[in-house]
Design a binder for this molecule. Structure first.
Ligand code: ATP
Ligand code: MG
Length: 404
């Protein structure tokens, strides 16, 4: 086995398109990666020629390097991750290291070499590097074919300043923008399938997410709160969730159920949820609410009802799944790793005091009239004050001092 320092390179796509702000985005991603890789033997993370390079400690084995790459691939902002080595800029050494990297890369039939040099003080140009390293690899792997278009494996050989970076195994990352580059949003997080996926979509666009969960407690058990905590821990691995507010909501639902016409209950619950979430969003400096609604999926998700719930708040409400089918959402939840958690049954406030036939075409004036019988403003202050907070590791989030 060769004895050069292992590296994992994060390639990005959208960040690369940013103009003068590019370095702010790169620095954000660098800080996020440093924090998320803190349990791995990482020496340092540097910007190198339009990528971020994670330098691993001497003696780090292949399995560990792969695990580092797996974590990196799930971090918003990373479009692709490559595993390889840093070595001296000597063509024989580079070819030897490329061979070693290819041996580790898993199954492949075809390959090509993609060489780059960043400084013309290296006498061999990239075409010549391709030919020299390519010829050495053809000799080392006579049974493999060279293919310029869509090869199974692309061997990167890059000369940057006084070193060379050589890699073979690449895996796709999830893309998007680094968390912390798009502000803060408050996500209404149930223990269902949809809202974790909706949260994740905003995280991938660079938002720091604050979860707000409405529990049926004390009218139901706290089972949904444990599921939401499990979901938050999955999201935490990508550094996108800063905290979750848990709001005991059952007693207020009971009051609503006793006061308003049964068909309007669900809209009333939802308007109150939105108002409380907005209050908590203000506390956190969040600029929008996020829900997992999908048009027509359930009674509360018709155009009329969406209009009635939106009218309860002044912050924008983002619904990243509005045009997504349930099966597509399930597939995304499986990729994200929250599906198995959400598939467990737990009563939350959604299952509590449900009317037999909820209104599907609510009229705002009728809803507001019914709501005027309730002390909504007082409730919002009271509910927000009683919300319980749990923090998660989110390197991009600036924590305010806890309120006493
Ligand atoms: P999900 O799978 O996300 O629970 P759903 O299909 O059950 O969605 P609804 O119950 O109508 O749909 O909820 C729509 C959205 O409202 C959810 O995606 C979520 O954003 C929010 N929401 C619903 N219940 C809760 C809750 N208990 N706590 C926080 N947010 C909730
Ligand atoms: Mg739900």
């Amino acid at each position: 086995m060769i004895d050069y320092q292992r590296i994992c390179l994060a390639h990005y796509h959208e960040i690369g398109l940013k103009g003068h702000n590019r370095s702010t985005f790169e620095m954000r991603l660098l800080k996020n990666l440093e924090a998320l890789l803190s349990d791995f033997p990482v020496v340092t993370v540097h910007r190198i020629a339009g990528r971020l390079c994670v330098f691993l400690r001497e003696g780090t084995d292949w399995e560990t390097a792969k695990a580092v790459a797996d974590v990196m691939g799930k971090v918003p902002g990373v479009a692709r991750v490559s595993c390889g080595f840093k070595c001296p800029r000597d063509l024989d050494v580079m070819a030897e290291v490329a061979r070693a990297a290819m041996l580790e890369a898993g199954d492949f039939e075809s390959f090509k070499v993609a060489a780059r040099r960043n400084h013309t003080d290296f006498p061999t140009n990239s075409m010549e590097m391709n030919q020299i390293v390519g010829a050495a690899l053809c000799q080392a792997f006579p049974e493999k074919s060279v293919r310029m278009k869509n090869p199974d494996l692309t061997v990167g050989v890059e000369v940057v300043q006084n070193a060379a970076y050589v890699y073979a195994r690449s895996l796709p990352g999830i893309g998007g923008l680094p968390v912390g580059s798009s502000g803060v949003v408050a996500c209404l997080l149930s223990s269902g399938i949809d809202s974790p996926v909706a949260t994740w979509k905003l995280a991938r666009r660079g938002a720091v997410c604050i979860g707000v969960h409405f529990s049926g407690r004390p009218q139901t058990s706290d089972a949904s709160e444990y599921l939401v905590d499990d979901i938050a821990r999955v999201l935490e691995r990508t550094g996108c969730i800063a905290r979750v507010y848990t709001v005991p909501f059952g007693d207020y639902q009971r009051e609503i159920a006793l006061t308003v016409p049964p068909e309007l209950r669900v809209i009333m619950y939802r308007r109150l949820m939105f108002k409380v979430a907005e209050e908590l969003a203000h506390r956190e400096g969040a600029g929008a609410l996020v829900t997992g609604e999908s048009l027509g999926q359930v009674a509360s998700q018709t155009l009329d009802n969406i209009r009635c719930t939106d009218a309860a708040v002044s912050l924008p409400v983002f619904r990243p799944l509005i045009g997504t089918d349930k099966l597509e959402i399930i597939a995304e939840a499986e990729r994200l790793g929250t599906f198995e958690i959400s598939a467990q049954d737990a009563p939350d406030c959604c299952t509590l005091f449900m009317p037999r036939s909820p209104e599907t075409h609510a009229k705002l004036a009728v809803v507001e009239e019914a709501e005027s019988a309730l002390p909504v403003d007082e409730w919002v202050a009271e509910i927000a004050a009683a919300a319980e907070v749990r923090d998660y590791a989110c390197p991009a989030f600036k924590r305010k001092k806890k309120r006493s």
